[in-house]
Design a protein around this ligand. Sequence first.
Ligand code: NDP
Ligand code: MG
Ligand code: MG
Length: 341
Amino acid sequence: MAELFYDDDADLSIIAGRKVAVIGYGSQGHAHALNLRDSGVDVRVGLREGSASRTKAENEGLRVLSVADAVKEADVVVVLAPDQAQRSVYRDEIAPNLAPGAALVFAHGFNIRFGYITPPAGVDVVMIAPKGPGHLVRREYVDGRGVPVIVAVEQDATGGAWALALSYAKAIGGLRAAGIKTTFTEETESDLFGEQAVLCGGVSQLIQYGFETLTEAGYQPEVAYFEVLHELKLIVDLINEGGIAKQRWSVSDTAEYGDYVSGPRVIDPSVKENMKAVLADIQSGAFAKRFIDDQDAGAPEFKALRAKGEAHPIEAVGRQLRKLFAWVKPSETDYVEGSAG
Ligand code: NDP
Ligand code: MG
Ligand code: MG
C-alpha cells in the first residue's frame, strides 16, 4: 500500500520560514504562487524579460523579478516553466544564483529523470506534483479543499528535504486531499505513460477512430459527435466516482453487455503490446529525446502534428454543435478558429 500523507503529517511553519521563488506563472505557477501566498508564505515570482505573464502576477499583488534576481533572494526555488524550457532556464539563470543548502522544487520529474538538469550535491531536490491542472489546484484551494499531490525526494542534502516537501504540499492545499509518496522515476515514467497511452493519446485516437467509423458508414457527423465524444464526460464522471464498476452499474444492460463483448475486440491484446512499446520508449529516454530535440529545433514535428489534429473533421463539427448547447460553457478554443491557444 502506498504511503499517504495528510495535513496533520506536515508542519506549515517550515515553508513559512523560507523565501520561495516561483519560476513561471502559467498553469501550475499561478496556482502554487497564490496558494503559497494565501498560506502565509513569503513568495516572489521569477519571469523572463518581456514575459506575457508579468501583468497577471502583478495584478494579484505578487512581486515579479527576473528569474536570476528571484533565485538570488530565495532559498526555495520552484521550477514551473514548461518542461522543455526548464533546462536552459536552470543552466543560465537558476544554477549560477542558487545558494548552497537551498531547495529545488519540481511539479514533474522530467528534467531530473532524463538528466537535462543535474543539481549540485548541496541542495535539496523535491517534487510536489498535483494530480490535476493548475486552475483546479487554485480553485480547490480557494474553496477550502485541495487536489491530491504526489511527493518525492530525489536528493536530501540538508536532512530536511522530506519535511520541507510535505510542508510545501500542505501550503498549496494538496494534503487537504492527500499526498502519495513516490520517486522522481516512478512519477515521470507513469505520468508520461498515462497521458500517452490512455488519458490523452489513447482517448483522442479512440474518439477519432469511432467518429471516422460512423461517418464513413454514412451516419450524420453531428450524431456521431454525440455518441463518441460528447457522452464521454458522463461516462468518465461515473468511472471517477466509483470505478469502471459504477459505470457498468449505471448504463443499460445492453450497453454493459456490449462493453464486455466488444471492448476487448476493439482494444485487443495487440494494443497492450503497443502500450508496452510506448512504455519502453519512455523508460529508455527515447520519447524524451525526441520531444526535446524537436523543441530545440523550433518544434517542427510538434507544430505539424498539432495542425493535423486541429484539421480533423470532428473539431469543426464540435465547434458548430457546442454553440447550440445551452448547457456547455463556451470554450476559449472555440473562438479561435484553427488555434490551440
Ligand atoms: P505552462 O506552460 O503553463 O507555463 C508557462 C509559464 O512559464 C509562463 O508563465 C511562461 O511565461 C513561463 N515561461 C515559459 N518559458 C520560460 C522561460 N524560458 N523562462 C522563464 N519562464 C518561462 O507550464 P505548466 O504549468 O503546464 O507546467 C509547469 C510544470 O508543471 C511542468 O513541469 C509540468 O510538467 C508540471 N505540471 C503541469 C500540470 C498542468 O496541469 N499543466 C500538471 C502537473 C504538473 P511567459 O509569459 O514568459 O511565456
Ligand atoms: Mg504530464
Ligand atoms: Mg448511446
